[in-house]
Design a protein around this ligand. Sequence first.
Ligand code: UDP
Ligand code: MN
Length: 500
Amino acid sequence: MGTAAEVPSHLNDEKDKRFLENQFNVVASELISVNRSLPDYRNPQCKAKKFSGLPKVSIIIVFHNEAWTTLLRTLHSVVNRSPNDLLEEIIMIDDLSDRSYLTKPLDAYIKRFPIPVHLVHLPERSGLIRARLTGSAMAKAPVLLFLDAHVEVTEGWLEPLLDRVKEDRKIVVAPIIDVISDDNFEYVTASDTTWGGFNWHLNFRWYTVPERELRRRGGDKSSPIQTPTIAGGLFAMDKQFFYDLGSYDEGMQVWGGENLEISFRAWMCGGSLEIHPCSRVGHVFRKQTPYTFPGGTAKVIHHNAARTAEVWMDNYKEFFYKMVPSARRVDAGDMTARHQLRTQLECKSFKWYLETVYPEAPLPAHYKSLGFVMIESEKKCMDTHGRKKGELAGMSGCHGQGGNQAWTYTAKGEVRSDDLCLSVGSTLGLSGAVRLDKCGVAGPSQKHVFTYDKETGQLIHSKGGRCISGIGDRLEMRTCDTGDDSQRWNLEGFREEGYP
Ligand code: UDP
Ligand code: MN
């Protein structure tokens, strides 16, 4: 029933040693049946829903060196908890694993299932993006559903997803992704009011669904939430729409970035993304990737992210490059076909996406500067020092490399770096201190709003009228004084009329 496995003490050494095989506790996984039961976590409205006339689905699972037990538990849970007449097939793509149990033993094991399970062993390491394309090319059903190889689906998970695709073939829909503990394999439910966003690094991030979207959805907790992005591992989509929309970017390697790429593309080119609260699938989240990245981890991830930024983000790609300057130097490869796709599909702009779909994004749709915030006389720059909310904002020598010195002055008056805003106020400790605070999602609160005077260089707090001063390695609020050089700020690329 989804409870934790307790590893007996005599297996402790083995547990630690084998954690590295898959970056989860594979010994705990082996202590649990590959055919385990799970509680039904759906709310009453979800349980009451009735579905009919649903389309069939091809389930596509790609894997590289997956553990035996997690892979089989994925298959058993799908077969056990899906109406089998809706399952056209399960397509498994082995992305050149080198573990022998994933060859003949797996070929033999999958024959026991009452529905067709196809298993293809790829002759070369293709990465998850191209492996999924191999799978989707084989699919016979009108709906594609991608799953990771270490998930467990729960009762009633499939029908709500298929129902949305049937309702509108341009809806791409994901389940709520619950947490299977990487430590003890306990099944832990996730919040049903979380959606997908992203930050300046172009990392996918979970955030709380804003009031705006909850109001749009109305009071019914069993209706889907529209989300700016999907996590990417688990989602259903009409097969023809998948291809009409340009499937995946084959220029992307190994892992990473494809989820934001398909998210931006879906919204900008006429589709939409949803999370269905009546569909819950558990996933083993891990803190590190267990497998190799041929070509180097950072290089591959930057390559994929740069392709997304270049093709889909218009000038807003500069937020990514300011935060991750090394990404400018990776070769993103030929993107002609993807640019053509965007033109052919007559997709909307990234500005439209930010204004309409994701106004709460850490990337402001409207801003007046992007880059350093410098005291010219000392060549010192505002620096987050990688600190977190509630901590003091700092200063350091300008290095011109963005990253912790990358800031934007937004049209709403925030001085922000990613999702952190400079903040002033007695509630945050010393009244003169300038701290980092999570920016407001429905617009800035007063403590985050500053007026910039280009002539004097002053950043004047909207409430109280004091000025930000750079003193040594810290920021402080002081009485405004045009003669004080520590209050004379230069904002990179500042334009009074704003961007874009
Ligand atoms: N995967 C793959 N080839 C690769 C990298 C990943 O087939 O080169 C598979 C992996 O085995 C998993 C899925 O792609 O089934 C998603 O990867 P992962 O679970 O590591 O991503 P995460 O869930 O951590 O984002
Ligand atoms: Mn995964």
